[in-house]
Design a protein around this ligand. Structure first.
Ligand code: GDP
Length: 453
């Protein structure tokens, strides 16, 4: 069976991708290499120049890459036809492939095959989506690390530790006459003590993973004229790569995804801030309250040239007990507020001075965010990070099963009962990498892929 992919939109080249036992046969019927070389003679990992031909007519001049099984993305025979871009030609070649026996690929089908054929595990397959959808460099990097199998390896190591003990348990159950039960209970508890913190660390890494993936939901609040839109501009200038605009969770708000010093921020209601041009429209406390409610991080901005007013006090109330950074803006002008202001210090431990208009001191904001969310680059590079909520839930379940195993041992339950819970832990971990996983879950995972991957 063969499938193909269609790249949407217009580009310099279009790629039609086929995979499956018959894909070279189909190719043979539609492609004539310039040097007339037969397909059997072509080595894997080569590119041939020639024409796609239908009824003796040249449809397009193309380059075809050959990947012979098992050394391909799917581990099957594969080829990629690089045609001229544009909808007409690519579509035409697709049709010709179809007519000659190819079938249309489902979203994610190529990666699904790579998984089903055992080249990558489920976790790695899922990271392919993360790499494709990455909105920041950090996210892409984490995805690539998972694709390389860093997390899979870690899970495999933990599983091995459990399996080593499981073997003894099986022996104790199968040969009760050897009376190894005592020893085994002790062994199990020791193993659980070793394994649990590792799983807990992974579970905890999800907080960082979530930030990498979804960005820190950030609200910029402050009374009119404090400098919100100037700060927004300064951040956007700093980071020319605004990646996406999201519909906010509350109606009529737009969220913009930016990275500041490599840290992804999802800014809440940037449109509201920009549009608030005249005095009447300027964002006030009610709007600020709404924005603050949704945020993981609140940046409260104050005009350092003026004494704090009642309105400022209202803003300060919004950041009480929240992750926040206070910005004292307009430091290019003579100021009356500074970081030592005892009232401000009561509301936030993070006070920085900058000039939004002149874009001076924006890097201090970056540093503060990195500190506040423990986003040290070194940490992220060395740590294995969970970014996928499915993985996180399975790890949480595994930890719960560790607790249950402990309880059964403490309650001196028979060893075969203990074994059931240990098997559950193994099953939870196995579901992450896809060794034991139901078909509908697999289908759901791959349905999130784009066509052609
Ligand atoms: P918003 O109402 O909070 O969005 O405030 P704006 O960003 O529109 O700024 C209000 C006014 O303060 C504008 O005239 C800005 O040019 C000015 N402003 C903003 N930041 C600074 C700054 O750092 N220094 C100076 N001197 N003026 C600033």
């Amino acid at each position: 069976m063969c499938q193909y992919l269609r790249l949407r939109g217009i580009g310099g080249i279009g790629i039609i991708r086929m995979s499956g036992e018959n894909c070279f046969e189909i190719l043979n019927r539609i492609f004539i290499a310039k040097n007339q070389q037969k397909i059997d003679e072509i080595k894997g990992y080569t590119i041939k120049y020639g024409n796609i031909v239908e009824n003796g007519q040249i449809i397009d001049e193309v380059l075809v890459s050959y990947f012979k099984a098992p050394k391909s993305y799917t581990t099957e025979n594969m080829c990629e036809i690089n045609s001229h871009g544009g909808n007409v030609i690519v579509k035409k070649i697709l049709e010709i492939c179809l007519k000659n026996g190819a079938e249309l690929a489902e979203p994610g089908e190529f990666t699904k095959r790579a998984f089903l054929n055992g080249r990558i595990d489920l976790l790695q397959a899922e990271s392919v989506i993360d790499v494709i959808n990455a909105k920041s460099e950090r996210e892409a990097k984490t995805g690539i690390k998972q694709l390389e199998g860093v997390l899979s390896k870690k899970i495999a190591e933990i599983k091995q530790e459990i399996l080593d003990v499981m073997v003894n348990i099986e022996v104790a159950i199968d040969y009760p006459e050897y009376d190894v039960e005592e020893v085994t209970s002790q062994q199990i508890l020791e193993m659980l003590d070793k394994v649990e913190p590792k799983l807990q660390a992974l579970e905890k890494s999800f907080d960082n993973g979530k930030i990498i993936k979804e960005g820190i939901k950030t609200a910029i609040i402050g009374k009119p004229n404090a400098g919100k839109s100037s700060l927004l501009n300064a951040i956007l200038k700093e980071d020319r790569a605004i990646v996406t605009e999201y519909e906010g969770t509350t109606r009529d708000t737009i969220e913009e995804f930016v990275t500041i010093g490599g840290v992804p921020l999802k800014l809440i209601d940037t449109a509201g801030i920009r549009e608030a041009k005249d005095e009447v429209e300027k964002i006030g406390i009610a709007k600020s309250r709404e924005m603050a409610k949704e945020a993981d991080l609140i940046i409260a901005i104050f005009d350092s040239t003026k004494e704090l007013t009642d309105e400022d006090m209202d803003i300060l109330e919004l950041i009480k007990n929240r992750k926040s950074i206070i910005i004292l803006n307009k430091i290019d002008l003579p100021s009356v507020l500074d970081e030592n202001n005892s009232l401000l210090k009561k509301y936030s431990g993070n006070i920085i001075k900058l000039s939004a208009l002149n874009q001076v001191g924006i890097e201090k904001l970056e540093e503060e965010i990195i500190k506040l969310f423990n986003l040290n680059e070194i940490n992220l590079d060395n740590e294995t990070v969970i970014t996928n909520v499915r993985h996180k839930n399975l790890i949480t379940k595994a930890i719960e099963n560790i607790e249950k195993t402990r309880e059964t041992i403490e309650n001196q339950m028979p060893l075969d009962m203990v074994a059931i819970f240990i098997k559950n832990i193994l099953e939870n971990l196995g579901s992450i990498t896809g060794e034991i996983v139901e078909e509908n879950i697999i289908n759901e995972i791959f349905s999130k892929f784009c066509l052609g991957k």
